[in-house]
Write a protein that binds this ligand. Structure first.
Ligand code: GLY
Length: 374
């Protein structure tokens, strides 16, 4: 089953194709997009075999391809790694009509995307996400960038891809922990604007058990389950496609995609990226929902239901015991969602509905960080 969605913004339009095996259609799509220059394939180091397979396929179809890999992990979203990519492309004669292909998770997509956005003032970008997190979120919508020692994603650019191919077969290559972390963003999309997606995730968890979402199940043997999971993933991607189509540059509703990210980003950074992005987002979603309860925006039952679903997909919502709460409070003020000195919180009012609030009292956030209780 393949689902084709279209991002249509005021500046561009491009397909987002989700399905098992869709990578085999890459050459045809590139030809249709008239991307006939050299293809600079930037891959996560763990995907070198997949990258070589793709390069072979593209070469057979008459394309020129160069490959490089980047080390896995958030540390690669750095000036050093970006510089290395610039050196590689410039020394090997990159031209304006060329394209960068980003094969990997959010780190590769953000880093390779930013290189594509900035080299020669911008070349074409194609996103080939390999993780659940990148498929449903990072690869769609054109956010690219690197981290600064003082904060995550503080340097970057909007650079929309020409094509996103999300091949769910690649999820079989993921360590189970990575896959689990990706479910946090899928659940997030259910909470922020698609209650039916949230209910479908609940139904899947109760009928199959959370282990059904584990990588071991992503095999050709279990076609029924794989089809179900792929449909759920496509639905989560559709949320992202709709939101960025309406608000490409995060002037309004796109900020809702950052549900759970205000505290999540701070935890990620303070723990030196020991926890994965999705794991931190799960903790941040729980904290945001508890803030909403404290403000009377939603009932405590929402926190419990969200917790239960996150747990069903293997995600903890407990604040790490060694987390410096004061440092979290200090970091939140540096978040990109701060406007006129105020933190903009994305808070749930119901499953499938959130509001943006800039008037959350400091002591409410402090109290939520001091305890895991609703
Ligand atoms: N990951 C949030 C966004 O793309 O806006």
């Amino acid at each position: 089953m393949t689902t084709t969605l279209t991002v249509t913004t005021s500046t561009t339009s491009y397909p987002v194709i989700v399905g098992a095996g869709v990578l085999s259609t890459l050459a045809g799509h590139l030809a249709a997009l008239e991307l006939r220059g050299t293809l600079w394939l930037i891959a996560d180091e763990h995907l070198i075999a997949v990258a070589e397979h793709i390069a072979g396929m593209l070469s057979t179809a008459g394309f020129r391809v160069r490959i490089t890999t980047i080390p896995s992990g958030e540390q690669s979203k750095s000036f050093n790694e970006l510089h290395r990519l610039y050196d590689w492309m410039i020394e090997n004669g990159i031209e304006r009509r060329d394209a960068v292909l980003a094969l990997g998770g959010g780190v590769v997509g953000d880093l390779a995307g930013f290189a594509a956005a900035t080299i020669l003032r911008g070349v074409a970008l194609v996103q080939l996400p390999s993780t659940l997190l990148a498929m449903v979120d990072a690869a769609v919508g054109g956010k690219t960038g690197i981290n600064h020692p003082l904060g995550k994603n503080l340097i970057g650019a909007f650079h929309q891809p020409r094509l996103v191919l999300a091949d769910t077969h690649l999820l079989a290559t993921l360590p189970p922990r990575e896959l689990r972390a990706g479910w946090a963003e899928v659940i997030k999309h259910g909470i922020i604007r698609d209650a039916e997606l949230f209910f479908a995730l609940e139904e899947l968890a109760s009928s199959q058990g959370w282990h059904a979402t584990n990588a071991a199940y992503w095999d050709a043997q279990n076609i029924e389950l794989t089809t179900k999971l792929t449909a759920i993933i496509a639905r989560a991607v559709a949320v992202k496609v709709e939101v960025v189509s309406r608000d490409e540059f995060e002037r309004g509703e796109r900020i809702t995609l950052n549900y759970g990210h205000t505290i999540g980003h701070a935890i990620e950074q303070l723990l030196g990226y020991r926890l994965l992005h999705g794991e931190c987002v799960a903790i941040g979603m729980d904290a945001a929902a508890r803030i909403a309860v404290a403000l009377g925006l939603c009932p405590p039952a929402l926190v419990e239901r969200q917790r239960k679903l996150l747990a069903a997909y293997g995600l903890s919502t407990a604040l790490p015991t060694d987390l410096d709460r004061d440092a979290v409070l200090a970091l939140i003020g540096r978040d990109k969602k701060v406007q006129a000195g105020k933190v903009r919180w994305i808070l749930p009012t119901a499953i499938g509905q959130v509001v943006v609030r800039s008037d959350v009292p400091f002591d409410v956030v402090e109290a939520v960080l001091a305890s895991d209780q609703v």
